[in-house]
Design a protein around this ligand. Structure first.
Ligand code: GLA
Length: 761
């Protein structure tokens, strides 16, 4: 063959391959996924493009490839794309189509999860805050207004990503409908509406699926969608698929979120999950031909104000989304990575040739930078709103930030009085006539304090910061600012001046031009400094040490690095080197409390993600004296780990439930409870979103964070476990929030607890 002919032939073969295209299907007769007709096990790595600086996208994708993965799984985060209603942005850091193309470039397939709700420990679970400008909207429902906004967003997603589905020659093999709807409610018609919207937006040929937990997927399961299960490290894989296998014996099996680690919350111990257990779970699935997506394979960072909050209660998530994942927050392979890699290479020797890539930039320390310019908070204000009663941020058209709520106390008080702000969302510094009085904190349920005696005309000020909006459970309609009346000495306080401090870099910069910056205070406000990179101070990744500061946010060269808070466990902020300039660089800190000492920041070579601050280590109530209470029921718990229900012989009233864990199945085991519900006389759960932990005897932190809150976090995969070696009985006291008529208890044990007694008060 002549060279010309050869070239022509090659071109024809290529054209044929492309024209033939690839195919992907879920074979529900053969029980396998098929790629181009051949059985295919999906080994997906979950990555979130907003949590990775764009210059690092390709590196993180290559890391997943070198790990032995064949697919990237990603959410589409509505609220980064439609920051204000009707204006869409899919460029730069938001260019999700480019992220998919990069995966394709490296021979990886893509699974897209376009929400609209995504959970993900992301502000409001990905929903845009402006939906809450409707006072009465029901999110994740068939509320017409909600669905109309969903439709217009998904149409844009379709415009970006539908051309990249496999039938169009792209890498996208599957698209998810909604996200874990079973832990929100039972409304299959709503899920069907979302499915239709997604189909109409261009995903009409690609495989659609829905994911849930094995305990609740039947609540919303649609007959025409593929069903996948989510569970984490330590789960019993066969049990997780048992019910699905019963209902659909020939469906291909997939764990669509296999949790490699877990997320951290402010004020709670750092989370980890053992590498051995994680790898064992994957190995077990591979042996059975079960597909999986490893959530997270690389978690990254919830930059800026994007970290969400967990509920029940209010538990804001930290900025780092390291997740104890195989690839750590700054892109470096961990021990987990290498252990998992050897398992994945077992089945995929081809990937062995994909060497683990070097990180784009080194990690280096940054010498101390003094932030010598200061501007007060009010210098960043945009406007002041006058209102008879307090307004929420949403009512004042502000999405994120803080506001100063000020009002005058009309009456003289010769004694101290109570200030009550039940709707303090989320954290507030209270001052009277400029004097600091105390702090309110929704996360600790501290929403009232004592005001000192004062004269008529005293000025009350609350600096209220809105932290991440709740991303899990019914509480996602989480409005910010002050969402209730402010009660002083029993009466609502009126006539408010509300000064808005929206969270935006431009406002921070404006603060410095609006004020004489010479004064250096150790007060709440903005702090600014500069530093230079050169041959000794490299352009490199670093971790800003915020441990000497109070609570706030940091921008470097205009890039929002995220929130910090002295209570920990996170004490540093990841500063990716790609955000640095050669030559001069600017750091601005907004601190709502003020630094402890000199306003200095240095960069460390390692993050500190596991150091709880002294100030707010949980102080529980004292141990209840059991003789003052009556045992109302003995619960003989079976050794399995299924939900078990225990009925009282007659209904009783109470607000506090004491669970006295007296016996375990195996000597030496610590009692543990994955989930606990108190039920009413009809057997329905008394609203768990109002439960708080009133007291616990002990908590285990050796095999992860197994604190008491895990028994009421609605997450079946986490548990409260007493400390190893703790003496029995171990008490756990739940406050239901109010008095209720109680019919019994539902309990999800973990196999260790054998017998417990219930006391009510
Ligand atoms: C669920 C959600 C995810 C994430 C994990 C916990 O599985 O679907 O978005 O919130 O929990 O990390």
């Amino acid at each position: 063959m002549t060279t010309r002919l050869k070239l022509l032939f090659t071109a024809m073969v290529l054209a044929l391959t492309v024209a033939a295209g690839n195919t992907f299907e879920a074979d529900t007769v053969g029980g396998v996924f098929r790629l181009n007709g051949e059985p295919f096990i999906i080994k997906a790595a979950e990555l979130h493009y907003p949590r990775i600086p764009r210059p690092y996208w390709e590196h993180r994708i290559e890391m997943c490839k070198a790990l032995g993965m064949n697919t990237i799984c990603l959410y589409v985060f509505w609220n980064v794309h439609e920051r204000s209603q009707g204006t869409f942005d899919f460029t730069g850091q938001n260019d999700v189509a480019e992220f998919c193309r990069l995966a394709q470039k490296h021979g990886l397939w893509v699974i897209v999860r376009p929400g609209p709700y995504v959970c993900a420990e992301w502000e409001m679970g990905g929903l845009p805050w402006w939906l809450l400008k409707y006072n009465d909207i029901t999110l994740r429902s068939r509320d017409k207004r909600f669905l109309d906004h969903v439709r217009s967003f998904e149409n844009e997603v379709g415009r970006q990503l539908a051309p990249l589905t496999i039938d169009n020659g792209g890498p996208i093999i599957m698209v998810q409908v909604e996200n874990e709807m079973g832990s929100y409610g039972a409304d299959p018609d709503y899920v069907a509406a979302v499915r239709d919207i997604i189909r109409q937006s261009g995903f009409d040929k690609v495989t659609l699926f829905q994911c849930d937990w094995s305990s609740n997927f039947e609540h919303n399961a649609l007959p025409d969608l593929l069903w996948t299960m989510n569970f984490g490290t330590g789960s019993d894989v066969d049990k997780e698929f048992a019910r699905l296998r019963e209902l659909r014996p020939h469906t291909p099996l997939m764990c669509s979120e296999y949790w490699s680690g877990w997320f951290d919350k402010w004020g709670a111990a750092h989370e980890t999950r053992p590498a051995d257990e994680m790898v064992a779970g994957i190995s077990h699935m591979l042996d059975r031909g079960i597909s999986f997506s490893l959530y997270m394979t690389h978690g990254g960072t919830s930059f800026g104000h994007w970290a969400g909050a967990n509920s029940p209660g209010y538990s804001p998530d930290v900025t780092s989304y390291d997740y104890d994942a195989p690839i750590n927050e700054w892109g470096i392979p961990t021990d987990k990575y290498y252990r998992l890699r050897s398992v994945l290479l077992r089945d995929n020797p081809l990937a062995a040739i994909a060497a683990v890539p070097d990180p784009p930039l080194p990690v280096a320390a940054l010498p101390a930078v003094r932030l010598s310019e200061y501007a007060p908070l009010t210098a960043a204000a945009t406007s002041t709103v006058h209102s008879p009663s307090p307004l929420t941020f949403e009512q004042m058209d502000m999405g994120y930030g803080a506001a100063i709520y000020a009002a005058t106390l009309a009456e003289t008080a010769t004694d101290s009085t109570t200030l009550d702000v039940p709707g303090c969302h989320d954290w507030a510094r209270v001052s009277l006539d400029g004097r600091h009085i105390g702090t309110l904190n929704r996360a600790n349920s501290v929403t009232s304090l004592r005001l000192p005696p004062h004269a008529a005309g005293a000025r009350l000020e609350l600096l209220v910061e809105g932290m991440g909006r709740i991303n899990f459970g019914r509480a996602v309609s989480d409005r910010k600012g002050i969402t209730s009346d402010v009660i002083v000495g029993g009466s609502p306080l009126n006539n408010w001046d509300i000064t808005l401090l929206p969270d935006a870099y431009e406002r921070a910069v404006a603060a410095f031009s609006a004020t004489d910056t010479a004064r250096v205070a150790r007060d709440a406000g903005f702090y600014r400094g500069t530093f230079t990179t050169d041959s000794t101070h490299l352009i490199a990744d670093t971790f800003l040490d915020m441990s000497g500061w109070g609570k706030g946010q940091v921008w470097v060269n205009g890039h929002a690095l995220g929130r910090y808070w002295h209570i920990g466990p996170q004490q540093t902020l990841y500063l990716p080197g790609c955000y640095l300039n050669e030559g001069e660089n600017e750091i601005i800190v907004l601190d709502l409390i003020g630094p402890e000492g000199d306003p200095i920041i240095s960069g460390l070579t390692k993050p500190v993600l596991d150091r709880l601050g002294k100030a707010e280590v949980a102080t529980a109530a004292t141990r209840p004296e059991l003789y003052e209470w009556d045992v109302v029921m003995t619960m003989d718990v079976s050794a399995g780990d299924n939900w078990q229900t225990f009925e009282l012989s007659k209904p009783l009233f109470g607000r506090f439930a004491i669970i006295e864990c007296g016996q375990v199945w195996k000597e030496g085991d610590a009692p543990a409870i994955a989930e606990l519900r108190i039920v009413d006389t009809d057997g329905n759960d008394i609203d768990p979103s109002r439960y708080t932990i009133h007291y616990v005897d002990s908590e285990d932190f050796t095999s992860g964070n197994n604190n008491a809150a895990k028994s009421i976090d609605l997450q079946e995969s986490t548990r409260w476990q007493a400390a190893t070696g703790a003496i029995l009985p171990q008490l756990l006291v739940i406050d239901l929030g109010d008095e209720h008529e109680i019919g019994g208890v539902r309990l999800l044990p973990t196999g260790s607890l054998k017998s417990a007694r219930l006391y009510l008060r």
